[in-house]
Ligand binder design. Structure first.
Ligand code: ZN
Length: 146
C-alpha cells in the first residue's frame, strides 16, 4: 500500500467535485464534526421522512480523505433508513480499522479502506460518519474524533 493507492481515483474525484456539498435549508437534523488531528471540519445536514433519509448534504473544510468520505457518505445515505445508516456506520468503521473485513456491502465506500495502512488518516475517513451518528442520535450536536 502506498500513497497513490490511498488516493484512488474515486477519492480524487469526490475531493475535486464533492457531491451534495451545500447548505440544506431547514434540515431535520444537523451536526458538526471536527478532527483536530488533521484540522478537518464538517457540518452535516439531513432531511428525514418516516425514518428514511431523503436529503443529505455537507459543508466544511478538510483534507482529501475527509471530503471524499463525506461526499461518498451523503450519496450512500439517500433512501436509507436510520437503522440502515447506523448499521453502515459500524460496517464502515470496521472496514477502515480491521484487516480482512468483508467490504462487499460498502460499494464505492470501499475506496476509503486504504486508510487502514495509515492510522492517522482513519479519523479523516470516519469523521463524516461520527458526525452522522451524532445527527441521527442527537445526543450531541458537535462531535470530535478525539
Ligand atoms: Zn484529514
Amino acid at each position: 500500500m502506498n500513497l497513490s493507492q490511498l488516493y484512488q481515483d474515486v477519492i480524487i474525484d469526490h475531493n475535486n467535485s464533492p457531491r451534495n456539498y451545500k447548505l440544506l435549508e431547514s434540515p431535520d437534523r444537523e451536526a458538526h464534526g471536527h478532527n483536530r488531528l488533521c484540522g478537518d471540519k464538517i457540518t452535516l445536514y439531513l432531511k428525514l421522512k418516516d425514518n428514511v433519509i431523503y436529503a443529505a448534504t455537507f459543508q466544511g473544510n478538510g483534507c482529501a480523505i475527509s471530503t471524499a468520505s463525506a461526499s461518498l457518505m451523503t450519496e450512500f445515505l439517500l433512501g436509507k433508513t436510520i437503522d440502515e445508516a447506523k448499521y453502515m456506520f459500524q460496517q464502515f468503521q470496521k472496514a477502515v480499522t480491521q484487516d480482512d473485513c468483508d467490504t462487499s456491502q460498502l460499494g464505492k465506500l470501499a475506496a476509503l479502506t486504504g486508510v487502514r495502512a495509515f492510522p492517522s488518516r482513519v479519523k479523516c475517513a470516519t469523521l463524516a460518519w461520527h458526525t452522522l451518528l451524532a445527527a441521527l442520535t442527537q445526543d450531541e450536536t458537535c462531535v470530535s474524533t478525539e
